[in-house]
Design a protein around this ligand. Structure first.
Ligand SMILES: *[C@@H]1O[C@H](CO)[C@@H](O)[C@H](O)[C@H]1NC(C)=O
Length: 288
């Protein structure tokens, strides 16, 4: 996997590469109009500029959401998102994949938990398999996600699931089905994005209330890209998504992101999993 964006200092060539990559990406971006639809929200979700951008809003009457018209079995999914600025405590902005139904469903989540002005968002990720999640990893981002658009990607192929932020892998979930570890592999998933009020959950059990005097809360989405078996061009990276995995460089970035930004990892939750009882996917891969 290629991760052209260096967190350690960006050279000019790298910058040029990035600019090129992003203009290519824009060129191959899927228009929201064609492939997505506003799913709910009583008018609080809107396509702008003829489908170039989607604005999701949340007010006291309703949140809002949009979804892809198609379902996909495997793919790479990129979205640029600009989150609710200011006091966003209680709001949750999402970008996720989910199979149909609520029983035994598979789901891959990016959820952004808002916070008080000046306090950092929490980026919550999860992997559901056969209806069971409980695989949370949370991060503080290394930039202010409300100032500009940033690219969030989910890569899902038969080898692994990789969550990526601005081309930096932050989480990897390997396919270890052969060891009996669950892995989403046979249910097509739809792409969803929502903005909703979750003050009971997102603010440490309702500690902080949503400040409705600041409503409507707005988040913006643009440049969606879906590379899937339906044959749409690759997103973000030139290597084929079907076989993407972390190489030594990707693995270095993953370690950097986890070391500097991860604030919760279910694998290390000693209250939930005493020593010797960690979920199997948390145990090291056997080296051959
Ligand atoms: C809000 O910020 C505080 C202080 O940095 C932090 O402890 C808390 O986890 C944050 N809440 C969310 C929902 O991110």
């Amino acid at each position: 996997m290629h991760f052209p964006c260096s967190p350690f200092g960006v050279t000019m060539t790298m910058l040029l590469g990035l600019v090129l990559a992003s203009s290519l990406m824009a060129a191959s971006a899927i228009n929201f109009n064609q492939d997505f639809e506003i799913a709910w929200g009583n008018g609080n979700g809107k396509m702008l500029n003829n489908g170039e951008m989607i604005q999701l809003s949340l007010d006291k009457s309703s949140g809002s959401g949009f979804q892809s018209k198609n379902e996909y079995i495997y793919g790479r999914f990129d979205m640029q998102i600009k989150l609710v600025p200011g006091n966003s405590a209680g709001t949750v902005t999402t970008f996720y994949l989910k199979s149909q139904g609520d029983i035994n469903h598979d789901e891959l989540d990016f959820e952004f938990l808002g916070n008080l002005s000046g306090e950092p968002y929490t980026l919550h990720t999860n992997v559901f398999c056969q209806g069971i999640g409980l695989r949370e990893q949370e991060f503080k981002l290394w930039f202010d996600p409300t100032k500009d658009f940033h690219t969030y990607s989910i890569l899902w192929n038969p080898l692994n699931i990789i969550f990526v932020v601005d081309n930096i892998p932050i989480r990897e979930f390997k396919n270890r089905l052969s060891e009996g570890i669950p892995y989403p592999h046979n249910k097509p998933m739809r792409l969803y994005s929502t903005l909703w009020d979750a003050e009971g959950w997102a603010t440490r059990g309702g500690l902080v209330k949503t400040d409705w005097t600041k409503a409507p809360f707005n988040a913006f989405y643009r440049n969606p890209c879906v590379a899937s078996s339906r044959g749409v061009p690759p997103c973000g990276s030139k290597s084929p998504w079907q076989s993407q995995q972390l190489g030594p460089r990707g693995r270095r970035y993953l370690r950097w992101a986890q070391k500097t930004s991860m604030i919760y990892n279910y694998c290390d939750d000693r209250k939930r999993y005493p020593i010797g009882h960690r979920p199997r996917e948390c145990r090291r891969l056997k080296l051959h």
